[in-house]
Design a protein around this ligand. Sequence first.
Ligand SMILES: NC(=O)c1ccc[n+]([C@@H]2O[C@H](COP(=O)([O-])OP(=O)(O)OC[C@H]3O[C@@H](n4cnc5c(N)ncnc54)[C@H](O)[C@@H]3O)[C@@H](O)[C@H]2O)c1
Length: 254
Amino acid sequence: MRLKDKIAIITGASQGIGAAFAAGFAKEGAKIVIADISDGAKTVKKVADAGSEALFVKTDVSKEPECMAMAKAAYDKFGSIDILINNAAVFANIVLKPFTELSSEEFKKVIEINTSGVFHCIKAVFPYMKEKGGKIVNISSASILEGIPGMPHYVASKGAVMALTRCMARELGDFRINVNTIAPGFTHSEGGDQFDRGKALPLPPLDELQLQGRCIKRPSMPEDLVGLALFLSTNDSAFITGQMIVHDGGLSLH
Ligand SMILES: NC(=O)c1ccc[n+]([C@@H]2O[C@H](COP(=O)([O-])OP(=O)(O)OC[C@H]3O[C@@H](n4cnc5c(N)ncnc54)[C@H](O)[C@@H]3O)[C@@H](O)[C@H]2O)c1
């Protein structure tokens, strides 16, 4: 087991890609802290079914004090924090629309969750990681390469996650903390499918739009991302930091 007795905080793990990470990490022996604004009971059960243990801590990552309290609760329960996967984001409910119709409040709200949320959680776990090292994986999005129209707030928030990853890698390297980014392409999570159904701009289903451009012409499922997150959370990637790995079946190659 690659993560035996490791403690992993996974934000936004109540559903979707985060829930797949939780189940996949649990199979490798990790104990999981689910930090999500929505109820985490389903994922707690998935982790138990995979033979491990999970703690759900209701957390809004846009609120720094809640992130601090979540990290403390994780440490109080399990006595360590080894891995942080910054996966929580506003995504499912984003309705594509012309940028002229996007208010500054909507823009700010997305940045507060998708970008500041990552910053808050890194700050929150640092006191518990700084003595013994750790792994931080931030989930960005391949949309930062594609530049999807109609969602500049989301794309900008995810571009900032990559930039933040590089700064944090520099600041945390001396503490033996690796910080890397995964940039998924369109993935059939609950959020991914909801987002696709809710598009207001006249675009065909995202798979239809993207499939032909991919080198690997098949849909991407949340479970596809687990191996990469595991790699970045173990010492198999000990000398890799500040990097972004794009997980989009080769779509962004052209
Ligand atoms: N699915 C895709 O196509 C795709 C593509 C690129 C990137 N991503 C990224 O992957 C990650 C997971 O996406 P997903 O598809 O599983 O989405 P999802 O909507 O299915 O799940 C997101 C989870 O984040 C939680 N969340 C939302 N706001 C929160 C907050 N303020 N505090 C704490 N938790 C909060 C939600 O409750 C939910 O459980 C996100 O960062 C998303 O931007 C997804």
